[in-house]
Write a protein that binds this ligand. Structure first.
Ligand code: NAP
Ligand code: MG
Length: 495
């Protein structure tokens, strides 16, 4: 594929009207990934108009037929999995084993949603009057404006795009500025799968320009956003004022608890994967490790040794386990949190520095970092860092562990390692989070279960599974009266 990418509007690949472009570079070695349109509101307006026009036709296509296009897209993604995944590694840095997982999540979502085209279940229920029938059906909403982050360049767009299209909505997506290439790849696939012009549109550009234009556009009916809590608040404010449905998947400060009776080797594998996978840049990353006193010192020794042994390098080389951070700015943010942790009096036990060995000096690598002696009040225990920095907190028992875990403004993912089934069930009941793993790390969601969080992690919606249709459809209640006379609900009811 050439290095020059374009917007996809009304079934055509087009540049920004202004002709402006922006370069996207590989965070591992500064190589050019591509040149993308730097679009403005006028480009977005054209895409929304195309989506609005196509909506009238797309909503009339039966859902199973819409879903067949998504199935075909899944098949094409599977054929191109390796190519898509390698480009994704070049685009945002995570190692290719993980970008393959990201692509696979898109494939899984395609096949799951292809099946939903034959379900999209509604409700039937008895009604109170004779010779009358009641049901509720899901109807599409209209035009969906999708705004996505860079850390899951394929998985997150597909979580939104596929259910929206199966539901009968049409879509305009603005990919993250760091990862537009993967979404352009998705556009090529949907085009080849036979999704008609205007049903799916891509407008590349900045959040401040194209993103803002989506929020204020009167013809966008639902906005689905995944990203930071700060931008999520802004989207909810503007979208709320305009009475749009807004679904928000935001940040996390996820914790793994390890109790004294746990399988410590298993818990160690879990925390390494949870804290340092995707270089800590997952909304579900393990950012806090809560250790029961009795095993604290032993586990910390195991952890520091194992984290120090992780190999950092270009994610296209399969001998490496950890890639770079996505950008220089992200690395500065992470590093500034290390300063905060030191000033707050936490003990830096590992890392806390740029990693600049050999070829890595060209990229934004950061050493896996461990802070000990972290208190729940410290900023490094409360704020999302989005990097390979793990804060370790010591607690006396299981009750205190859960209290500390819940002492957070976020509530996305959580994990507890224990062999005590009673404690595990109590934890599942008491932990305030959208996702709890027992004897597994904080990451690893499957596409057919609800995904999302409580508290500041979102506004109550759940992506994944059938629950995503509460974002992309409206309910319509339908009554058929076949009595041939006026029957008044609540009035002509026999007692
Ligand atoms: P971000 O800065 O909030 O950006 C997310 C998207 O919003 C990008 O496409 C961005 O465009 C756009 N945007 C920025 N400002 C905007 C505005 N004023 N109006 C409309 N759109 C705007 O987040 P990020 O740094 O890409 O991603 C990291 C964050 O996402 C973390 O907080 C992470 O926890 C969260 N996340 C959550 C989940 C979840 O499911 N809960 C999953 C993954 C990530 P630009 O790219 O041009 O800035
Ligand atoms: Mg890039």
């Amino acid at each position: 594929m050439s290095h020059h990418f374009q917007n996809y509007v009304a079934g055509k690949w087009v540049p920004a009207k202004s002709g402006k472009t922006v370069e996207n570079r590989n965070p591992a070695d500064d190589g050019l990934v591509g040149v993308f349109p730097d679009s403005a509101a006028e480009d977005l307006n054209e895409a929304v108009a195309a989506a609005r026009d196509a909506y009238g036709r797309w909503r009339k296509v039966p859902a199973p037929a819409r879903a067949l296009k998504i199935q075909r897209a899944g098949e094409l993604m599977r054929e191109r999995k390796e190519e898509i995944s390698r480009q994704m590694t070049r685009e945002m840095g995570k190692v290719v084993a993980e970008t393959r997982g990201d692509t696979q999540e898109g494939i899984d979502t395609a096949f799951y949603m292809a099946g939903e085209g034959r379900r999209l279940f509604g409700v039937t229920t008895p009604v109170e009057l004779p010779d009358k029938f009641g049901m509720a059906v899901r109807r599409p909403i209209g035009v969906a404006g999708l705004i996505t982050p860079w850390n899951f360049p394929m998985a997150i767009p597909t979580w939104k795009v596929f259910p929206a299209l199966v539901a009968g909505d049409t879509v305009v997506i603005k990919p993250a500025t760091y990862t537009p290439a993967t979404v352009c790849e998705l556009g090529l696939i949907l085009e080849e799968a036979g999704v008609p012009p205007g049903v799916f549109n891509i407008v590349c550009g900045s959040g401040g320009t194209v993103g803002e234009a989506i929020l204020g556009h009167p013809d966008v009916d639902v906005i689905s956003f995944t990203g930071s809590s700060a931008v999520g608040r802004r989207i909810n404010e503007v979208g709320g004022k305009n009475l749009k449905r807004v679904s928000l998947e935001l940040g996390g400060k996820n914790a793994q608890i390890v109790l004294a009776d746990a399988d410590l080797d298993l818990a160690l594998e879990g925390v390494l994967w949870g804290a340092y996978g995707t270089t800590g840049q997952r909304c579900t990353a393990t950012s806090r490790l809560i250790l029961e006193e009795k095993i604290h010192d032993e586990f910390v020794n195991m952890l520091v040794g194992a984290a120090a042994a992780l190999k950092l390098g270009n994610g296209l080389d399969e001998s490496f386990q950890v890639g770079p951070l996505v950008s220089a700015a992200q690395r500065e943010t992470v590093h500034s949190y290390v300063d905060v942790g030191k000033e707050e009096g936490a003990e830096l036990a590992l890392g806390g520095e740029f990693y600049e060995e050999g070829e890595c000096k060209k990229g934004f690598f950061y050493k896996p970092t461990v802070f000990l002696g972290v208190k729940p009040t410290m900023r490094i225990a409360r704020e999302e860092i989005f990097g390979p920095v793990l804060s370790v907190l010591k607690v006396g028992d299981a009750d205190e562990a859960i209290r500390v875990l819940n002492d957070s403004s976020y509530g996305l993912s959580s994990s507890i390692y224990t062999r005590d089934v009673n404690l595990a069930f109590r934890a599942v009941e008491d932990i305030e989070a959208g996702i709890t793993y027992v004897n597994g790390p904080t990451i690893g969601a499957e596409v057919h279960l609800p995904f999302g969080g409580v508290k500041d992690t979102g506004n109550g919606h759940r992506e994944g599974s059938f629950t995503v249709f509460d974002i992309f459809t409206e309910w319509k209640s339908v009554y058929f009266d076949y009595s041939g006379k006026l029957q008044r609900a609540q009035i002509d009811v026999e007692e």
